[in-house]
Design a protein around this ligand. Structure first.
Ligand code: NDP
Length: 450
């Protein structure tokens, strides 16, 4: 369809050097072709041209002092992409690979993911190229305070509500919240992923990982299958990976891998979750420590898998849960997974599969849950945290988990029924993109040109 092609060409010309954003936008725009053909009003209102442009982008300097008394300077970002459905909502990522294109791709994905949950939240994302790894608590605190010294003027419980992402967990959210409260003199639900001691929600920490497993269950149920007794592979070893593994155990599955930026653990007996939490959540150490404590597990250093494929996807499994970062699973990995009998992919991470890998999964017609649907549990639970903050109530873990399970089922059913409506019943990429887009687009049309 030349119209969609033209929009994409325009985007490349006017937003140069943002490869991750082009990748995310191309996938969505491609999926929208049948919708645009069927309903000309989206074209008439130039919704695509509007939706690819963020409502607001904030880029700021973050200057802070390290423990040696040296000045450090980082870049800070917040992209307020779309507020048609509610306040901007999306995490903050602190990682050296962060740049304007990465934040823009994450913010763009977030619009459709948030719409798919059916909850009243718009799309946003932010972060910094600051690397918390190897920094002392005091350095992380000073950085977070410097970051919030600018960010506070752009956010608010009814405006923009950031959360965590890579490199931003409970510790960082605590320091960010403390500074926000100090500057504004307001104790309010301006961030989610807060500590349970002061306004956090039970179940938020677990929500993305648990949700990715619920999503896999839903895809499998439609084919009369379950996860029980099945070997599963998980990449990453952070928040999403840990709680994916926890829920897989609840479901009687056997998760056998985890990875970090230095290597992969293959533990045939099943990952030791207590040990993993101790190393990653408490001690913040590398997976080499897991291997030291459990020498029966195999450790594959990154150097054994340079560039062309990731070790974790070479391990045979029934279901795979990419839970580290974007483009961590390429076409070679996808073919290896299929050759080894993998029947289900549920993406905890954002855009972890390259476009060629996605095409390979779709062509094989296995259960493939794209990140914007499969990992929507995190943001959905963040919205539950906002609702509890606004009503000054706290729900039990069971209550939150039940709501999460229902939301994940609804996200799955919406993506699946939309895929069917457009003639490709197994293509949840198409279903998720069209369903998410349609909700936002209809709201934009009703609200007029603003
Ligand atoms: P964490 O920081 O808790 O963990 C990230 C994990 O991925 C770590 O094990 C890290 O290893 C690994 N990793 C990160 N970057 C790379 C890289 N370039 N190469 C290899 N390994 C890498 O982050 P989360 O678990 O919160 O996030 C993981 C993914 O899930 C991201 O894509 C995020 O956007 C997505 N997501 C997270 C949500 C949430 O609620 N937290 C919600 C929805 C999606 P190391 O420690 O060695 O860097």
């Amino acid at each position: 369809m030349p119209y969609v092609k033209n929009v994409f060409a325009y985007l490349k010309r006017t937003s140069p050097a943002q490869s991750e954003f082009y990748q995310a936008a191309e996938e969505v725009l491609h999926s929208l072709r049948p919708l645009m053909e069927r309903y000309p009003r989206y074209r008439q209102y130039k919704i695509i041209e509007q939706i690819v442009e963020p409502e607001r982008q904030i880029l700021f300097r973050v200057a802070w002092m390290d423990d040696r008394g040296e000045v450090q300077v980082n870049k800070g970002y917040r992209i307020e992409f779309n507020s048609a459905l509610g306040p901007y909502k999306g995490g903050l990522r602190f990682h050296p690979s962060v740049n304007a294109g990465v934040i823009k791709f994450l913010g763009f994905e977030q619009i459709f993911k948030n719409a798919l949950t059916g909850l009243p939240i718009g799309g946003g994302k932010g972060g910094s190229d600051f690397d918390p790894k190897g920094r002392s608590d005091a350095e992380v605190m000073r950085f977070c305070q410097a970051f919030m010294a600018e960010l506070y003027r752009h956010i608010g419980p009814n405006t923009d509500v950031p959360a965590g992402d890579i490199g931003v967990g409970a510790r960082e959210i605590g320091y960010l919240f403390g500074k926000y409260k100090k500057i504004t003199n307001r104790f309010e639900g301006v961030l989610t992923g807060k500590s349970l001691l002061w306004g956090g929600s039970l179940g938020r920490k677990e929500a993305t990982g648990y949700g990715a497993v619920y999503f896999a269950e839903n895809m499998l149920r439609a084919r009369g299958q379950t996860l029980e007794g099945k070997r599963c592979t998980v990449s990453g070893s952070g928040n999403v990976a840990i709680y994916t593994i926890e829920k897989l155990y609840h479901k009687g599955a056997i998760p056998v891998t985890v990875s970090d930026s230095r290597g992969t653990i293959y533990d045939e007996e099943g990952i030791d979750l207590v040990l993993l939490k101790e190393i990653k959540e408490k001690r913040r150490e590398s997976l080499t420590e897991y291997h030291k404590a459990r020498p029966s597990a195999k450790y594959i250093p990154l150097s054994e898998y340079p560039e062309d494929g990731a070790a974790v996807w070479s391990i045979p499994c029934f279901a795979a849960f990419p839970s580290a970062t974007q483009n961590e699973l390429n076409q070679k990995d996808a073919k290896t997974l299929l050759a080894n009998g993998c029947e289900c992919i549920s993406e905890g991470a954002n855009m972890p599969s390259t476009p060629e890998a996605v095409d390979t999964f779709l062509a094989a017609k296995i259960c493939y849950g794209p990140g914007k649907a499969a990992n929507a549990g995190g943001v959905a639970c963040s919205q539950l945290e906002m609702a509890q903050n606004a009503s000054m109530r706290s729900w039990s873990l069971e209550e939150v988990d039940n709501k999460l399970e229902q939301i994940m089922q609804s996200v799955h059913d919406t993506a699946s029924s939309t895929a069917e409506e457009f003639g490709e019943p197994t293509n949840l990429v198409l279903g998720a993109n069209i369903a998410g887009f349609r909700r936002v687009a209809d709201a934009m049309i009703e609200q007029g040109l603003v």
